[in-house]
Design a protein around this ligand. Structure first.
Ligand SMILES: NC(=O)c1ccc[n+]([C@@H]2O[C@H](COP(=O)([O-])OP(=O)(O)OC[C@H]3O[C@@H](n4cnc5c(N)ncnc54)[C@H](O)[C@@H]3O)[C@@H](O)[C@H]2O)c1
Length: 399
């Protein structure tokens, strides 16, 4: 099917979305673009060959030619746009975070489900080619049981005024980037696992703002796994996007942005843009090459539109966005109370997960094996636990 899309927003994400949408399947069309200012809407429409533009949000969504609404607006406008799309019976794809809090996210989820429209949560960073490959390996058991998923997004701060104002954004670095990290960890740990409680440190270290510009949080899941996020608007040196997943049988490290293979030094620069959130255009630079591919936008829209056509659920839905918002709400609570706080989920649809014990390894009839290690002197040390007495001992084998 050829989809006719209304793109809402002509900012940074509107541009990345337009570049991805117009390139990936070759058969969908952005029929209309909405922007607050006529000049931006018109200029954007011209640049991307979009036949219609408007400054009227409701009109954009209700336009008769449009079947799919893509929301790329500041966070506080996602709800209004999604509710209008549901009311108009249009498929709706919303950028991250789904909403500024879990109550709004739940309202959005209920609205699209009630209307029976297709809904997708545009969490691009679980769709990067590297992440998809890593997720596939984890699902096939390459890491054993996942115990720890750590995800980091840090840079020098966002590029528009509204991100810095709580009434428009819903919060600081946690809402802006923690949402990515929480969902990345959740994908690796397993969406069937319920996030139980969180602990979170957040502070405003550098900027004169009401919200946090730096935070580190822990999300404990019912499988026993821990998700860890590290987000900052105070980091210098570009955009650091990294994930680490550790399981009983293996480890994966992912580096998505800096030092990923294209490293360049220039004393004079080549005029202008290098990569998202790069701090300069001279000296050592890390241009990314295929930005929309590396950030997951291409695979993300492919999943969204292919799922829509096949009548399937995409990898990321409004439900996932709601879970992320609920975890974020708990993080803000934990930051204030300085205690572990429960993740309040009015709608939990995961399976009732039964935590599996990590399999104990037999060494012999009497002992479990705890660990083996070859030492610098060539000897093999074997650490054992007596199955009956519980006593821990070691055997040292000569080379
Ligand atoms: N990786 C990602 O998925 C990713 C990356 C960047 C931004 N985002 C998300 O995309 C959304 C937009 O972010 P952005 O970076 O494009 O921001 P931006 O500031 O670059 O662009 C925002 C757009 O919304 C319009 N706008 C601003 N205030 C408005 C208002 N009050 N009423 C109507 N329109 C208004 C602007 O004119 C512009 O078109 C946010 O929700 C953000 O979190 C997602």
């Amino acid at each position: 099917m050829n989809h006719q899309i209304a793109l809402l927003g002509t900012g940074l994400i509107g541009r990345f979305y337009a570049m991805s949408l117009l390139n990936f399947r070759g058969r969908d069309q952005i029929s209309l673009v909405y922007s607050r200012q006529a000049q931006s809407a018109q200029k954007f429409a011209q640049e991307f060959n979009i036949p219609h533009w408007t400054t009227d949000l409701a009109q954009a969504i209700q336009h008769s030619q449009v079947d799919t609404v893509v929301i790329g607006l500041p966070n506080y406008l996602h709800k209004q746009a999604a509710l209008l799309a549901a009311e108009a019976g249009k498929a709706v794809l919303c950028t991250k975070p789904l909403a500024t809090n879990a109550a709004d996210a739940l309202e959005m989820l209920e609205a699209v489900e009630r209307a029976g429209v297709f809904h997708g949560y545009l969490e691009d960073l679980v769709y990067t080619p590297k992440t998809l490959k890593a997720l596939d390996s984890v699902k096939k058991g390459a890491l054993g049981k996942v115990l720890w998923a750590r995800s980091r997004e840090t840079h020098g701060g966002p590029h528009s005024d509204w991100f810095w104002m709580k009434q428009y954004s819903g919060g600081g670095a946690i809402v802006d980037m923690g949402c990515h990290c929480i969902e990345i960890a959740r994908n690796f740990i397993g969406k069937e696992c319920r996030p139980i409680e969180v602990s979170c440190w957040a502070d405003t270290q550098v900027h004169p703002i009401e919200t946090e510009d730096h935070a580190v949080g822990l999300v404990r899941y019912d499988s026993g796994a821990i998700g860890q996020f590290e987000v900052s608007w105070t980091f210098r040196g570009g955009m650091d996007l990294r994930d680490e997943i550790a399981g009983t049988e293996g480890t994966i490290w992912l580096n998505h942005w800096l030092r990923t293979g294209l490293e360049m030094f220039t004393n004079v620069g080549s005029a202008g843009y290098v990569a998202e959130k790069a701090e300069g255009d001279t000296g050592w630079l890390f241009p990314v090459g295929d930005e929309i591919g590396s950030l997951g936008y291409v695979k993300m829209f492919l999943d969204m539109f292919n799922s829509m056509d096949a009548g399937k659920t995409p990898m990321e839905t409004f439900y996932d966005g709601y879970i992320v918002n609920a975890v974020i709400d708990a993080c803000y609570k934990a930051t204030n109370t300085k205690k572990w706080e429960p993740v309040e989920l009015a709608a939990w649809r995961g399976e009732h997960y039964t935590p599996t014990e990590v399999a104990l390894k037999d060494y012999d009839e009497r002992h479990f094996l705890i660990k083996e290690e070859r030492m610098p002197n060539g000897r093999l040390k074997i650490i054992l636990k007596d199955k009956v007495s519980g006593e821990i001992s070691q055997i040292i084998q000569e080379e």
